[in-house]
Design a protein around this ligand. Sequence first.
Ligand SMILES: Nc1ncnc2c1ncn2[C@@H]1O[C@H](COP(=O)(O)OP(=O)(O)O)[C@@H](O)[C@H]1O
Ligand SMILES: O=P(O)(O)OC[C@H](O)CO
Length: 447
Amino acid sequence: MSDYGKFGPLVGAIDEGTSSARFIIFKANSSDVVALHQKSLDQHFPQEGWVEQDPFAILEVVTTCIQKACEKLVALGGRIKDILAVGVTNQRETTIVWDRNTGQPLHNAIVWLDMRTTATIDKLLDTVPNKTRNQNYLKPLCGLPLSPYFSAVKLRWLIDNVDAVKQAMKNGTCCFGTVDTWIIWNLTGGPTRGKHVTDVSNASRTMLMNIENLKWDPLLLKFFEINKSVLPEIKSSSEVYGCIADGPLKDIPISGCLGDQQAALVGQMCLQRGQAKATYGTGCFVLYNTGDIRVSSSRGLLTTIAFQLGSKNPPVYALEGSVAIAGAALGWLKDNIGLLESAKESKELAEKASENGSVVFVPAFSGLYAPYWRQDARGVICGITEDTNSSHIIKAALEAVCFQVRDILDAMNEDCGIPLQLLKSVLVCWISWLQHQLIVLRPLHCM
Ligand SMILES: Nc1ncnc2c1ncn2[C@@H]1O[C@H](COP(=O)(O)OP(=O)(O)O)[C@@H](O)[C@H]1O
Ligand SMILES: O=P(O)(O)OC[C@H](O)CO
């Protein structure tokens, strides 16, 4: 007789993204979803170019999703005790600082899209040896260019500008974490016994981890003047970090942690060198599994850790093309301009656009990421004539996502020397027809 209830053994996945969080309960060893709950998460824009989230609101959406998905599981006749383990995946780079004694955040989370550190980057570029102001100076160590995107620059800004952070640094009570770290620390007990950890994939987005030895790097810490004592312990992506301290999942181990884009690579089974995926959410991210090779891009792509499945296994690397604004362009047309009532209706409305429109939309709200890395770029809509209507603008927003992905695929093909053979996409329905037009024209197998 099986020891399990009607669904057999189960696993839970916390997915905390920029726009929403989900908790999904899967049948173990399969992609069958038994129960799921999703809740949206607000962003705040206190000044032009600033993007913040409330760390407690991040926790609240996660715990609500856990609670509701567990209720759905029970309503279906399933048993919470059959959930054997929980994994965490998260929006990357978003930076949170808190007091380890009280658990109180010392500032709102600075979201990956935030551009407030443009001046910090400028100052840091002045410190690059030989006055070269080379944006790629640290790339051999961490795989990343100097950009407001990454956590170290956001942490530097917090230390320089927020009194509570300065004080906690002095008192030795300041904790830094990306969203995975904040969630795991809180779920495993917070101030009393929370585990202050991150995984290699998230750590590889801070600009503080050496991507060869997977340790916090003294030269990087010195460059950003960051004290190692505030940083979490770096773990592999698959091991038990601790057990959940409270709530419906009490005592269940957290045994997996991956940045959301790396998790999508694993979820799409791109486990072999040469396989790639594109995932569309707030942004869009193409990751290409390069196996044990750290490909150094000359075309603006990032070298990043894809995953490390257990502390005894070597890491797998990826080349990444990051697009900051994908679904967020539709969100902007809905919330700021009022052209859409929901992002969902964009496909139908875009299909109404007559062929003779030539509107171009560059949604560079947070500068342009790969392959350009222009923090000074800003959004533009052009090609408007008296025939232009809302459908043309919506269509141009969808096309903008595809053109950005196309730029990245071209850069990847040039960097890798061989055309990409397999690209798996997590497609929201809206993008598939455009992706077909713009990408399938090339020798790519899109799934
Ligand atoms: N059907 C759709 N068509 C177009 N855009 C969509 C659709 N559904 C969601 N979006 C956009 O995708 C983003 C949300 O996707 P989600 O997977 O929740 O993102 P994240 O993982 O970044 O939290 C929002 O920016 C929203 O505007
Ligand atoms: O919120 P998403 O799904 O667009 O992902 C955000 C990325 O992890 C940022 O690097």
